[in-house]
Design a protein around this ligand. Structure first.
Ligand code: SAH
Ligand code: SF4
Ligand code: F3S
Length: 488
């Protein structure tokens, strides 16, 4: 692991070696050191540390964090810990945190209150936080000052060191804080305890170099590092052998895959090779409109096992705001790409992310966003009110838009988004679609699963069909789900 410090924060034990608020100019000068690929290893003597003990992990944030938690669970089980059903009964509690918006922070601090209580009742409980909040200087300082009852803090770059960190936390009885400011090598073969037997997350790259001005991710996740194609393909082949039907290729900006490798190989090459493994379904998130190439569109439309579902974040439809966000595309170039995708990929479903209330966003700017939404008629969208993140350029921009105005814009936007979501679903009425059945539906007596366009379907079917891709005729549609029956 390359521990050279060149930006951010690093703590070792309780001692703060180097500390700096995320700063764009510093973070942009990323380490020129070559990223190496190393193998995960756990010392034999740590394999029994958790004998007779249980763990509980609470995960916040995106799929990347969900997959990190799958890795953490498997590491803990290698150490003989067993998973507890509820937090209150666990001997080890970890919060895998998200830093993307203020409310993500608030949820974690609320949970820390509960954990404090628990530790008062059961002082032997070991509790810690990890994930993106642990990469923020302000958060770690606050923990050192106000949450002294915690036993361990580690970041997103050293999950593979968890056995050693945990051993120290347990044996020293002191708070163990190990956060690396600088991303290290890529660690292969970290085990994963996946929640699903049919759908698997597969990291294809780590970090992000886009530096959108509102976003904390390039600081919490470090510079862009692509995994070697052969390691990705090997993982997917193994998943296929184990009966997995669907893989989601994960990265903050997957279209830029390969740009940091010194082989001539990009996302369209990777998609081709993953499709050629023959795995039934392939999905990838997230696509930044800037790096979406014609070759990618061609490959997606060519292979049946690449799902016709694209998440294409818009963020704003105003060119002025897009520029302030540092998004590197315009309303016009976004629309051009959108229509190309719609024209070339049959029955494609497109979803998006939108931020309202970016600093200085006027009614005109907001109306530009609505224009794009009205033109694209997305299948669905995640919408957010801008949340200033410490250290990001946007957090220093003048923001004189009152919260009530931002909220009104969000409600108005959501109404329009929901209207189009229902319209998009209505097109499925009476059609026959392929659904990967995942398990029981929250609607009693039914199973649930998704189409290859990521539509949630409740299906009347017997439980032995779970794990299969079946033909379903749609009999009823709502905005967020549909009902259907199996047909042969
Ligand atoms: N890499 C992904 C983004 C992951 S974060 C991408 O570029 O699309 C998911 C979404 O959270 C973003 O698309 C954005 O809409 C939203 N988001 C990120 N930072 C935010 C902030 N500071 N305030 C509000 N929403 C934010
Ligand atoms: Fe954040 Fe996504 Fe922009 Fe990267 S591309 S800075 S993760 S919004
Ligand atoms: Fe949150 Fe980190 Fe993901 S900030 S959205 S958990 S990359």
């Amino acid at each position: 692991m390359n521990k050279q410090i060149n930006y951010g924060i690093i703590f070792k034990g309780k001692e703060v070696i180097y500390m700096l608020i995320p700063e764009r100019e510093k973070a942009k000068i990323r380490s020129k050191n070559k990223v190496l690929t190393k193998e995960y290893k756990i010392d034999d003597e740590l394999k029994e540390l958790g004998l007779g003990k249980t763990y509980f992990i609470k995960t916040y944030g995106c799929q990347m964090n969900v997959h990190d938690s799958e890795n953490i669970k498997a590491i803990l089980e290698e150490m003989s810990f067993k998973e507890a059903l509820v937090m209150e009964e666990a001997d080890l509690i970890l919060l895998n945190t998200c830093a993307i918006r203020e409310n993500a922070h608030n949820k974690v601090f609320g949970m820390l209150g509960r954990i404090k209580h628990l530790k008062e009742e059961r002082p032997n409980v070991i509790a810690g936080i990890c994930g993106c909040m642990a990469q923020e200087e302000g958060v770690v300082s606050l923990i050192l000052e106000k949450y002294k009852f915690l036993d361990l803090v580690f970041g997103t770059h050293n999950i593979h060191e968890l056995p050693l960190i945990l051993e120290k936390a347990i044996n020293s009885k002191k708070m163990e804080v190990q956060v690396y400011s600088c991303e290290g090598d890529i660690i292969e073969n970290i085990p994963a305890k996946r929640d699903s037997k049919y759908k698997a997350f597969v990291n294809i790259m780590y970090g992000c170099d886009k530096f959108c001005t509102y976003c904390i991710v390039p600081y919490t996740r470090g510079k862009q590092r692509s995994r070697n194609p052969k390691d990705i393909i090997r993982e997917i082949e193994k998943l296929k052998e184990a009966g997995y039907k669907e893989v989601t290729l994960l990265g903050q900006n997957v279209n830029a895959y390969g740009k940091d490798l010194d082989i001539n190989y990009d996302m369209s090459n990777l998609l081709t090779d993953v499709a050629s493994t023959g795995i039934s379904r392939i999905f990838f998130v997230t696509s930044h409109p800037w790096d979406f190439t014609d070759e990618m569109i061609e490959v997606i439309s060519k292979y049946d096992n690449i799902m016709p579902y694209i998440h294409l974040p818009l963020q704003s439809g105003s060119n002025r705001i897009l520029k302030l966000m540092g998004r590197r595309y315009t309303k016009e170039s976004y629309l051009e790409l959108f229509h190309k995708i719609k024209d070339k990929i049959k029955n494609v479903s497109v979803t998006t992310d939108i931020i309202v209330g970016f600093p200085g966003e006027t009614d005109d700017d907001f109306n530009d966003t609505l224009d794009v939404v009205n033109e694209c008629k997305y299948d669905s969208a995640f919408t957010f009110i801008f949340s200033p993140r410490e250290g990001t350029p946007a957090s220093k921009m003048k923001d004189d838009i009152p919260l009530e105005v931002k909220e009104k814009r969000l409600y108005k936007l959501n109404d329009i988004i929901n209207k189009y979501a229902l319209e998009a679903n209505q097109k499925y009425m009476g059609k026959i679609v392929k659904v990967l059945l995942e398990g029981e539906s929250s609607k009693g007596g039914l199973l649930m699963g998704y189409t290859d366009t990521m539509k949630l379907i409740n299906v009347k079917a017997s439980k032995d069909k779970v794990g299969e891709i079946v033909n379903v005729k749609i009999t009823n549609v709502q905005s967020f789900s549909m009902d259907g029956e199996i047909v042969e």
